[in-house]
Write a new protein. Sequence first.
Length: 326
Amino acid sequence: MYATVSLRRHLGTALMSAALVAATPALAGESLSIGVAPSASGWYFGYSEVSRIVSGATDHEISVRETGGSRENAIRLRGGEIDLALIDAIGAYEGYHGEGQQTDHHNPDMRVITWVAPSTMHWAVRQDRDIETFEELEGERFNPSSIGGGGEYITDMVFEVLGIQPDFQRMRMDDAAEAVVDGRIVGFSYNGVPPIPAFTEVHSSRPLHILSFSDEQLEAVTEALPFLSPATIPAETYRDMPEATTLGTFIGIVANSSMDEETAYDLTRAYWENVEAIAESFAPVEGMTAQIALDNTTTPLHPGALRYYQEAGLEIPEAVMPPEAE
């Protein structure tokens, strides 16, 4: 579980990149495209750094394609518009199984190359409201994260599993922060790499408390939603706040099974052989290992990625074995 990963760095930006080229599988030495995120996001910068470093370590020229993010990337990958895709663990799981937001875009050919960095859910309330548990949010005015974002989707699913029904106030992140400060809502949530600036800013004027899950709640949620992983927000990540036990998801790189095995192998090898250099450019990668990535994967690996992990002598969970390798 990625609770062991240090999450003290800013989500300065995020993950990988690649090159824009056709619907046919890319072969060794060809250009590759990766769908990433809006160019203003940290993930776009991070993936640009990944693509630069991996391109320099292989014969492949990887360049970034700006997109709307994980959900759009899953659709474009299925249609062959991109060779690689930034995706979160939820999008990978739902895309592969044809569930949830990807019900109409089922892609049983989706395969994982690797996870790049974890993203952690924060569920925070004002300290002066004396709310200590998730159950106490029942009926309270609470923001489930930015409208249409991954944090909102996760919050809706988690609270449904827990059987808790706050009075959700749906709004943008900046509006939610203002509403917490002036008391119109008791708290808000967000998915990202701590410390999250909006939480730090609100906490400075209206002290916050980050809610923690019980062991029983964690077990219930991760059993129902296997693409979520237990996570820890270390003590003092936010001033005077104790450690919090929460949930999160990983952000990574996927391809279609039609990608040449050697290409996927080269990309996986180059990524992990240069992960320290990547972490110097993109802080959220710090602390990640290939075994952590494997232990938090619930979607099959690409055979080329699988070969790299096997050669590295890592423990391969049965759930990530691709159908074509059986």
